[in-house]
Design a protein around this ligand. Structure first.
Ligand code: URA
Length: 211
């Protein structure tokens, strides 16, 4: 597993406002959107491209465009939905699939309650959107599912990660070079309720309210 912590003053600034408990939902949503676009820039460094010949107004030249098959973006419902626009802004031609997952609040294991993805993901590059890498169970389930369906590689974009979750994920996916985590920060630890400390609270509730 590869880990990329996006170290940039704008990312740190936006993340600090996001963490602040006095930041209300409308600002929170806007900041998540902006942060994801910045993280998406880092996360797509290895997006597959191919050469293409074009005509500028002046000459013929060779450039690049995204290769086929198109990448697929997979927000994990519910909180990952708040990251979708920020990602598709940079990758407007990507396809979007959905995984509905929630954690069982007693066992903290991931439960899949919705799945809208192509059956065959052969050769596809997948970008999973999940704001909080806490225990890692949700991401492990999502990544394993995508790789089993043939995904070529999986990059997960998270706002925050806990060291415990990163360790669990690393043990689960081992030395595979086809799994990358891109995050804005690695926090201190998980608390007894498996929330990230200092974290930002419940990302879904802060995006959408308590429902
Ligand atoms: N999910 C969240 O929304 N926040 C956490 O801190 C951990 C999991």
């Amino acid at each position: 597993m590869r880990l990329h912590v996006a170290d940039h003053p704008l990312i740190a600034h936006k993340l600090t406002v996001l963490r602040d408990k006095s930041t209300e939902s409308p600002t929170f949503r806007l900041l998540v959107d902006e942060l994801v676009t910045l993280l998406a820039y880092e996360a797509t460094r290895d997006v597959r491209v191919e050469q293409v010949q074009i005509e500028t107004p002046v000459a013929t030249t060779v450039g690049i465009h995204l290769a086929a098959p198109r990448p697929i973006v997979v927000p994990i419902l519910r909180a990952g939905l708040g990251m979708l626009e920020g990602m598709t802004r940079l990758l407007p031609t990507a396809e979007v699939g959905f995984l509905g997952m929630q954690r069982d609040e007693t066992t903290y294991e991931a439960i899949t309650y919705a799945n809208r993805l192509p059956e065959d993901l052969s050769g596809r590059q997948c970008y999973v959107l999940d704001p909080m890498l806490a225990t890692g169970h949700t991401l492990i389930a999502a990544i394993n599912y995508l790789l089993e369906k043939g995904a070529r590689d999986v990059t997960a974009i998270c706002l925050l990660a806990a060291p415990e979750g990163l360790r669990t994920l690393d043990e689960a996916v081992g030395e595979r070079g086809d799994v990358t985590i891109v995050t804005a920060a690695v926090d201190e630890r998980l608390n007894e309720h498996k929330y990230i400390v200092p974290g930002l609270g419940d990302a879904g509730d802060r995006l959408y309210g308590v429902v």
